[in-house]
Design a binder for this molecule. Structure first.
Ligand SMILES: Cc1ncc(COP(=O)(O)O)c(C=O)c1O
Length: 386
């Protein structure tokens, strides 16, 4: 009998029959896009995070781009972010004409270090983009204090952190920031296929981002600058984009959001199970979960000190692949990307991020993963790492 062994990726979506039915209902309705489901999804995100306003958009990178554009950045304004992130975080600064400054991470959480942020502030600094790595919130109260003392904007990159809590407050609430962005890519905590959202408590930023999502256009006659010509009339006030999300995607998002707490519970159980399974083996370590945090654990980084081992990371990945583990590494420090090196960043600039990169691999973590799968994965890793 042909037996095909299971392949484990680091992340995967969880789609129920209810999710599918909700999308089918939209497909059978009159509105495929720009209809009622977009507003309903935005309201559901506001209800969940307790933020006043939400704009749902095409993806997390678009959410970052529009957030940056809403802040009227001038050429050469500096924004500080972490090198331990996906390139979208820092790219958004460049899209808006800003200059990227990186601040190194804390070794135990791999989140941006507030002490390092302070060192990077200059007279040109206009804002900070803390990234809630792996779904654990940065120390936002500290970061907000630094921002307030220096008159800086804060955009939380919570692409990985929907459902996460900081000091018992849901991430996205914007108590310690101007704007928060989320991503709903299939590996994230909930999915809309592709998708993203911005939350804020600032009405002015909200209204500007709403316009920027659709080419910078408004149909609100109260905002018109020229004479109202008739019911077809609209005006363009900014240079925006088509970053809209569809009603089909938002129907999926609404249905997924209802399951988010259940998803987070399972993600936290999976991390606990990994921790238990690796507990007595000093070759392996995990991120610290801070007292102020209840992490949504989008990722489960396993830290391996390769210096004391025969196996190197490249060989380990090849061996794991042969055993059905198709893993990933989060992240290649952004300052080591050739595009960023061409701006003058170089190896050795952010040693904590570089050391973290050397040690980390992202274990499979997704709702459908069973405890038996976890046991099998742990057994393979323990066998292969020598
Ligand atoms: C930290 C971070 N920021 C931004 C993004 C961009 O999100 P999207 O893929 O939805 O554009 C991602 C996605 O991987 C991310 O992990």
């Amino acid at each position: 009998m042909f037996y095909k062994s299971k392949i484990y990726n680091y992340g995967s979506q969880s789609i129920s029959l209810r999710d599918i039915w909700e999308v089918v209902k939209v497909l059978r309705s009159n509105w495929l896009t720009q209809g009622p489901k977009v507003k309903e999804f935005e309201k559901a995100i506001c209800d969940y995070t307790n933020a006043k306003y939400c704009v749902a958009v095409a993806n997390g990178a678009a959410a970052l781009h529009l957030s940056m554009l809403s802040l009227n950045i001038k050429n050469g304004d500096e924004f500080i972010t972490t090198p331990n992130t996906f390139v979208a975080s820092s790219n958004s600064i460049l899209y808006a004409g800003g200059k990227v400054q990186f601040a190194d991470i804390e070794p135990t959480t791999a989140n941006i270090d507030p002490v390092e942020i302070e060192k990077k502030i200059t007279s040109k600094t206009k804002g900070i983009i803390p990234v809630h790595f792996a779904g654990q919130s940065c120390d936002m109260q500290k970061i907000y204090e630094i921002a307030t003392n220096n008159n800086l904007f804060v955009i939380e990159d919570a692409a990985q952190a929907l459902g996460s809590e900081y000091k018992k407050i849901k991430v996205g609430n914007c108590k310690f920031s101007d704007l928060t962005i989320f991503s709903f890519h299939p590996v994230k905590n909930i999915t809309t296929g592709e998708g993203g959202a911005i939350t804020t408590n600032n009405k002015e930023l909200y209204e500007k981002i709403l316009m920027l999502r659709t080419h910078g256009i408004t149909k609100d006659f109260k905002k018109f600058k020229n004479d109202y010509d008739g019911s077809w009339y609209y005006e363009q006030h900014h240079l925006g984009f088509n970053y809209r999300i569809s009603d089909m995607q938002c129907a999926l998002g609404i249905s997924q959001l209802k399951q988010l707490d259940k998803f987070i519970k399972r993600r936290r159980e999976i991390v606990e199970t990994y921790r238990r399974e690796f507990y007595d083996d000093n070759r392996f370590n995990f991120l610290e979960e801070k007292d102020y945090s209840r992490a949504a654990w989008h990722l489960c980084p396993l830290l391996i000190n390769f210096e004391n081992l025969k196996t190197n990371k490249k060989e380990l990945f090849e061996e794991l692949k042969k055993n059905g583990l198709n893993l990933q590494v989060h992240y290649i420090p952004v300052h080591l990307q050739p595009y960023y090196q061409s701006m003058g960043f170089k190896k050795g600039d952010f040693s904590v991020s570089e050391n973290f990169y050397k040690r980390t691999i992202s274990l499979p973590i997704y709702v459908k993963l069973k405890n038996n799968d976890i046991k099998k994965i742990v057994k393979i890793i323990k066998r292969v790492v020598k």
